[in-house]
Design a protein around this ligand. Sequence first.
Ligand SMILES: [Zn+2]
Length: 400
Amino acid sequence: MKVRYQYRIYPTPGQQSKLARLFGCCRVVWNDALALIKSIPKGEKWPSNTELQKLCITHAKQTKERHWLAEVSNIPLQQSIRDLAAALKNFFESRKGKQVGFPRFKKKTNEQSARFTRGGFAIKGKKVYLAKIGEVKTKWSRPLPSEPSSVTVIKDCAGRYFLSFVVEIEPVHIEPKNQGVGVDLGLETLATLSTGEKVKAPDTSALDRKIRKGKRKLARAVKGSKRRERLRMAIARMESKQRHIRKDFNQKLATRLVRDNSVVVLEDLNVSGMMKNRQLARAIRRAGWRQIRTMCEAKGKMIADREVRVINRWEPTSQVCSCCGYRWGKLDLSIRSVVCLNCGAEHDRDENASKNIEAAGRCRPEWANAKQCKTSMEAVACLPTHQEPAECWQTGNPRP
Ligand SMILES: [Zn+2]
């Protein structure tokens, strides 16, 4: 499978200005090609990849407005067109299932990138050679697992440079410690595991306050002023720091979950629905539930014999006793712990849910039975005829 390995690089001031020119050229080629495609009336055939390359690169170089395209390496420019073609293909193929947006114009203030394929770059000892840029000082934080097929140079909004290699890896074999784990994602405790472990998210609220204060200042700053630009950079740096703290944390959590368990069960959360609650939106965005899921799924493929399952969001995981399967019905969010009316077991709300998520994801028969049970009143009414198992199916202990 293909994965990305990213490293920080430290280009010299000369290389930085060369890179700035390269990023600009790639952006112009992308935007020109996209504008060309958008200008074609409905029903008419779109130009092919080669035709686009001819029009937006080869021919453009001979014009007065775009002659400077000749000053940079041709490889990233061609790649720009190829990436656009791929983005369009993704858009058209996604129309049935998952939604992918139509490609957008690139902006100067966003993250900048240029992609080199074979022939455009080479690894020379501790440095990486990039065509028409030179040898760039690279921080090798870990060794590359195999020869990369392409490399993307990235400059983020905070002005830092990275190389992102695409490499081929084989799934590794690691013995799992446990059979399976259910994960209940939340805000106050980021993740509650069915083993009873609670994972708290790193606190970045101080940084968050600083960012919001900076943004209020930015809104008042004069447009186009140097002060505004400095402020924008400072905010971008803080935001990327916050993003990195969270990403690093989620990355480590996902690695641990996938490495230690042969089956990881997550819940499909209705994130966009919950985001409508404006008071919670920021906290939900920061928590990155979707990010954890994506990371688990990606890491699941990197280790042999691992499975990441996602259960339906309508499974009543917080409405059922994880000990005996008794269904008590909906609980208000403020209720943090429950005593089961049927077996008398006391549950922490999140822990109970995570145990149910695990049971549902691994298709335990007990879960199918519990779901059949009617809610609240009816369940109470049918109690006397409800046959109780002699022991708890979760712990194996005899019932009180
Ligand atoms: Zn119970």
